[in-house]
Design a protein around this ligand. Structure first.
Ligand SMILES: Cc1ncc(COP(=O)(O)O)c(C=O)c1O
Length: 417
């Protein structure tokens, strides 16, 4: 759309149909023509089984089915049901107790948490920062709130996390403004599947502490942990959390928690923004400003999602059941990721560093054309940022994960020579 009739564009770039949904529609059309088994729809950001059905944890559904009318019909408190907030914190931290103070506010999914973080810790016109490969809604949120989004290259020439670029970009932005929100999506970064190592974390925190030694600067780093339970070993993927303790007051860690993937309740919009600080006033202020944001946007969150999580965390047997069921889903995902990696190595297809998670990125020139070439073979991927193709290993079978790299290598060769 180039001109709005009644609506105001308000400096947002509103282009119409979401690209991913558009390609997904094409894949669906092909499925209805040639049959499901001949099509790999690797566009979807949800975990599907090998027959293309959404993986839904039945242990979670059972809890939902048991809810009483008041559990879903009543308003939730604006900041969220207290037992839910405790459960969200437990879900993130497991048996680790953070030092200092902690507070949480319920949000509609991780998306709501990201939105609130940007709204409350930057001003209109500010720049927020994330990595060069990023989940597109970060940009949507930035534009919606009249902020700009700038990026640093995620990987250096050795395909390692680019700490130097991270530090440089942060310094550059802080030379123009006194506040900064940095979004770090780990573990299982969308779209690459990269997880920051503990060494990466040390370097990132060292750079941020250095920047925060200037007391006039306020730095907030938001860990977007939407895929926290799909990174492999649950304890190892949380090993970075103690590093968020005891930071200077003007370096504030926030965590965006989401029930979408971990509890397969994508549509229930369960989430929370969590804050850690050595200063109680800062965590109290966090609660106040984020409750205000809730009231002024979606008001209260979905009570059913909140009560469901509270029930799961109140009952060890239930929690164990959920974790076991999730582990089975996770091992299916891990097998698919491995199959894709092995097949890529076999055919010499270069992917971005991938540890685990829903997506793999294959960097290439002319991704739109390469993507169209792949569609001739019934393979649907998402061209990403003009720099590569995103393959959702979460939504295709292990068998397809073994086939696609060869097809991609051939398509890249055909288009790019
Ligand atoms: C990187 C990333 N962050 C956050 C989210 C948040 O999802 P939700 O709002 O459903 O919790 C997603 C979902 O796809 C995601 O991919």
């Amino acid at each position: 759309m180039t001109r709005f009739i009644m609506a105001e564009e308000n400096s947002r770039i509103i282009t119409g149909e979401d690209k991913i949904f558009g390609i997904n529609k094409q894949a669906q059309e092909m499925i209805s023509k040639v049959g499901r088994e001949k099509v790999a729809n690797a566009t979807i950001g949800s975990l599907l089984d090998d027959n293309g059905n959404l993986v839904i944890l039945s242990s979670v559904v059972d809890v939902m089915k048991d809810l009483k009318p008041n559990d879903y019909a009543e308003y939730a408190p604006i900041a969220g049901v207290p037992a839910f907030l405790d459960a969200a914190v437990k879900s993130v931290f497991m048996d680790y107790t953070p030092k200092g103070y902690i507070n949480a506010v319920a949000t509609p999914g991780g998306t709501g948490a990201i939105r609130n973080a940007v709204q409350n810790y930057t001003k209109r016109g500010d720049v927020i920062m994330t990595s060069s490969w990023y989940w597109n809604p970060y940009m949507t949120i930035a534009q919606e709130l009249e902020r700009d989004l700038e990026t640093y290259p995620l990987f250096n020439d050795n395909n390692l996390f680019n700490t130097d670029a991270f530090e440089e970009k942060m310094k550059e932005i802080l030379s123009n403004q006194d506040r900064l929100v940095v979004i770090i999506n780990t573990p299982c970064h969308n779209p690459t599947g990269y997880s920051l190592t503990l060494e990466d974390w040390d370097q990132v925190l060292c750079a941020m502490k250095k920047a925060a030694s200037d007391q006039s600067k306020k730095i907030v780093f938001l860990v977007d942990a939407a895929y926290l339970d799909f990174a492999g070993d649950a304890k190892m993927s949380r090993a970075f959390l103690p590093k968020l303790d005891g930071l200077p007051e003007n370096l504030l860690p926030l965590i965006a928690f989401s029930m979408s993937k971990s509890f397969t309740l994508y549509g229930m919009r369960g989430g929370a923004l969590i804050c850690l600080s050595p200063n109680k006033e800062i965590t109290n202020e966090f609660k106040l400003v984020n409750s205000f944001s809730n009231r002024g946007t979606w008001s209260n969150g979905t009570r059913a999602a909140m009560v469901t999580l509270s029930r799961i965390y109140k009952n060890d047997t239930l929690l164990e059941k959920v974790v076991k069921e999730r582990e089975a889903a996770l091992s299916m995902l891990i097998r698919r990721g491995k199959a894709f990696q092995h097949a890529s190595e076999k055919v010499g297809l270069v992917t971005s560093p991938y540890d685990s998670g829903f997506f793999v990125i294959v960097p290439c020139k002319n991704p739109e054309q390469v993507g169209e070439e792949l569609q001739k073979d019934g393979i649907f991927t998402v061209p990403f940022g003009g720099k590569g193709l995103r393959v959702s290993v979460a939504s295709i079978s292990e068998e397809w994960c073994s086939i696609i790299p060869g097809k991609m290598a051939a398509a890249i060769k055909k288009i790019n020579g």
